[in-house]
Design a protein around this ligand. Structure first.
Ligand SMILES: Cc1cc2nc3c(=O)[nH]c(=O)nc-3n(C[C@H](O)[C@H](O)[C@H](O)COP(=O)(O)OP(=O)(O)OC[C@H]3O[C@@H](n4cnc5c(N)ncnc54)[C@H](O)[C@@H]3O)c2cc1C
Ligand code: SF4
Length: 473
């Protein structure tokens, strides 16, 4: 373990964020980094508990106490080797994972968990800086060809492991660049796109083939893929946005969050001109509907686009500031989260339902909303409108950040006659095999909209199962 009494001597120290009045003028990453000495001291706080709950809570089973100990001792290379044994892309999770490990850290019993996420990203960044991460192409190729469809974290993780196992892997992506929601959903101020390119370059140097701008089911038929490849992994994400079925939701001036976020990501990468951005928030009163991470990303993006005012509403009640008795440690704490985007200047309202949009083919005033009261009965919540609370929130631009319901079903899913589960996600068995022989599926397309770390875990499992399948035929 690190220092046996490290946690008694050293307090939790976070790297912190760039000053608010500087960061809102650009799209560069908000989070800063600690110097190496402080980082090693932070690692010394890990107690190597008898039962490492952090490890239990991490979806990719990161060997957290082990790499914290190596980090504390200054052996960054060994720490990286231990880290990459379970996680293909710690540079992504180390930046944007909600860190269920820290919620489960024993030190979190008194709210001072080890800075596990930040330690993770520090280790991988040092590994890149010191040249520990080099392309290592497989020595032998198996002669098996695999198509991975979708280049988000699930597809990237599956493709990476299958390529490393010696199979010949082609990663198909409908967008013009690979990365999935890492690239076109998550804003640069949380995850710089250079971070994705750096990893993709390593993977390509190791022999991975990437074909962007190819929609499978449209540009290539699924039948020909099945004929041409020994196995197929579908990792197309959960791209169907949830609609808001109220009067006026089709008005001009109302957009899905992803259309707004992907336009800004394309502008940042230079592939779209700012002048051509039809969904700019500049000078507008912006209403974000949906209180989750996607909504928060809309808030930060709208602020950087110079919105006149940003309001975010959520239908669920305001979460508590501390854990409730039915949400004990070591489970993920369902408590109020204030993101860096929220700190940048946004009004947040909870228990607010949208009744209708006020306009005439076009948003003219905003959204009529009303308060709702929530009651918990037999473990489930029910909602009733509060009489006399209707009012209009004035807005010129409304962004719908209500989550995603399931994968896009038109095209590939329908063409292949893939079986779906009750939520209309792709149905798989415990080996992640679909109902179609030699076709596997992973990530959000199977689990529903989730997290990057879960997508990586799922892609890793798909790679193992496909490898087992190929060895068995
Ligand atoms: C705005 C936003 C912010 C988020 N922030 C966070 C965060 O901070 N932390 C976190 O952990 N998670 C976050 N998430 C969730 C996370 O991004 C997803 O859970 C994760 O990316 C899912 O990975 P995936 O590989 O399954 O799918 P995706 O990342 O959705 O990738 C699927 C890919 O498949 C491609 N594709 C689809 N159909 C086809 C086809 N027919 N042919 C070829 N390609 C196809 C798509 O273009 C896409 O590139 C966020 C999500 C959003 C929308
Ligand atoms: S991947 Fe997420 S849960 Fe796992 S160690 Fe990293 S920050 Fe924690």
């Amino acid at each position: 373990m690190g220092d046996i009494s490290g946690f008694l001597k050293i307090k939790r120290k976070e790297a912190g964020n760039r000053p608010l009045h500087e960061r809102i003028y650009d799209f560069s990453e908000v989070e800063q980094t600690l110097n190496s000495e402080d980082r090693m001291l932070q690692a010394s706080r890990c107690m190597d508990c008898g039962i490492p709950f952090c490890h239990w809570a991490c979806p990719v089973d990161n060997l957290i106490p082990e790499w914290n100990d190596l980090l504390y001792r200054g052996d960054w290379k060994a720490a990286y080797e231990r880290l990459q044994a379970t996680n293909n892309f710690p540079e992504f999770t180390g930046r944007i994972c909600p860190a269920s490990c820290e919620h489960a850290c024993v030190l979190n019993l008194n709210l001072e968990p080890v800075t596990i996420r930040e330690n993770e990203v520090a280790i991988v960044e040092k590994a890149f800086a010191e040249g520990y991460i080099k392309p290592v192409p497989p020595k032998i190729r198996t002669g098996k060809n695999i198509a991975v469809i979708g280049s988000g974290p699930a597809g990237m993780a599956a493709a990476d492991l299958l390529n490393k196992a010696g199979h010949t892997v082609t990663l198909f992506e409908k967008d013009e660049r690979a990365g999935g929601l890492l690239r076109f959903g998550i804003p640069d101020f949380k995850l710089s796109k250079a971070t994705i390119d750096r990893r993709l370059n390593v993977m390509v140097s190791e022999g991975l083939q990437i074909r962007t701008g190819v929609t499978v089911g449209k540009d290539i038929s699924t039948g020909s893929l099945i004929d041409d490849y020994d196995a197929v992994c579908i990792a197309i994400g959960a791209g169907q946005p949830r609609k808001l079925p109220v009067e006026g939701s089709e008005f001009e001036g109302i957009h899905f969050a992803m259309d707004f976020l992907s336009a800004q990501n394309r502008i940042n990468s230079g592939s779209q001109s700012p002048a051509g951005n039809v969904i700019s928030a500049e000078g507008k009163r912006v209403l974000v509907i949906g209180g989750g991470d996607t909504g928060s990303d809309c808030v930060g993006t709208a602020i950087r686009q110079r919105a006149a005012r940003v309001t975010q509403i959520e239908i669920m009640p305001k979460p508590p500031l501390t854990r409730t008795p039915d949400n004990p440690w070591p489970y993920f704490g369902k408590i109020l989260k204030t993101s860096t985007s929220h700190e940048e200047g946004c009004e947040r309202l909870w228990s607010i339902s949208t009744v209708r949009f006020v306009g005439d083919g076009k948003l003219t005033r905003g959204a009529e909303v009303e308060e709702v009261a929530w009651e918990k009965k037999n473990g489930s919540y029910s909602m009733t409108p509060v009489n006399g609370t209707r009012r209009v929130i004035e807005a010129d631009l409304v962004l719908l950040a209500l989550g995603f319901v399931h994968p896009v079903l038109d095209g590939l899913v329908t063409e292949l006659s893939l079986e779906l589960n009750e939520r209309k996600n792709i149905r798989v068995n415990k080996s992640l095999a679909t109902n179609i022989p030699k076709v596997f599926a992973a990530g959000d397309s199977v689990n529903g909209a989730s997290l990057v770390v879960n997508a990586i875990a799922s892609g890793r499992k798909a790679a193992r199962e496909i490898d087992n399948y190929l060895r068995s035929i």
